[in-house]
Write a protein that binds this ligand. Sequence first.
Ligand code: FA5
Length: 360
Amino acid sequence: MTTDAHELVRTLEALKDEALKALEAADSEESLEAWRVAYLGRKEGRLTLAMRSLGKLAPEARPAAGVAANQVKTALEEGLARHQQALKERALERLATEQRLDVTLPGRPLLLGRLHPTTQTLREVLAAFTAMGFQVVEGPEVEWDRYNFELLNIPRGHPARDMWDTLWIDYTDANGERPMLLRTHTSPMQARVMEKTQPPVRVVVPGKVYRYEATDATHEWHFHQVEGLAVDEGITFANLKATLYEFARRIFGPERRVRFRCDYFPFVEPGVDMAMDCFICKGQGTVKGAPCRVCKETGWIEIMGAGMVHPRVLEMVGYDPKRYTGFAFGIGVERVAMLKHGIDDIRHFYANDVRFLRQF
Ligand code: FA5
């Protein structure tokens, strides 16, 4: 070999030592790749450059120097492969120890959603009435004065309008009137249903209602009602009482006491309210000598208004009041839920506290 060839072989050996040493320090995929580019890279790799200088040697010196160069190349490539393999094995080992799946561990419980207590009660109330032959219909929450009041025998200026603290919609018609409102009860659906159908009618109407009302333990400013309406030939007050007793029995069981009292609603005659005995004070009006704040010392909680449909209401939708009679009722759904579950304040329902909601 010529001096030049000896020189090149020495350079190659030194390069091999340096490269293999650098390889020891490369402990990630990125650093291995950087090492490969630095030594074996096709354009600028240091070994590649050294091998290019083989061409500058005298022809007889080339074979021996070429053999030496190829040995260095093989050593580097094998070193790289070994390190890549070791890296892969270490990663697998880490996965197996750090993230091992232990199938004997108890599973994490999934958080299941559930129906809101109002929705649950609403469905139970509807189920009680559909079992008795009532059909479910729904109506708009934004209503016309005409349906919420006028067709219920409550004309403009009638003092009975004060019974419902009304949230009016900010819309004025050509006559300067504000005829649109958030329905204060589900009763507007009485006229809407009767306008569209002929007797016999047997419907229940679930839905949200709104009142501009101060809240307390039994009053919310928005709540739910289920309206009921039955119109046919020969319907009497006895049918009304029997239907509502059956409802109370299905929802509350045979033990709970029910009270009917005369009440006034312009769209029924006679009118009643139905109450259940208070679940907090057991109908006594006091708890350990203190006044019961849930029933306000009365021993009763009102759950609905009801009565025989007023003949004027039938007339206004074109029914013949001499031929047809009917009964109607409007149940407060949250009040029923309070009685069923012993909830002492209606404001819990919409306070969005999951600790409360999770209990049902
Ligand atoms: C009415 O709304 C009548 N439309 C009911 C009716 C229908 C009478 C058909 C005759 C024939 P009242 O305002 O009393 O009536 O409300 C009915 C029920 O809704 C009450 O018995 C009560 O259970 C519930 N309720 C009334 N106001 C509230 C309130 N602010 N918060 C929660 N529930 C209420």
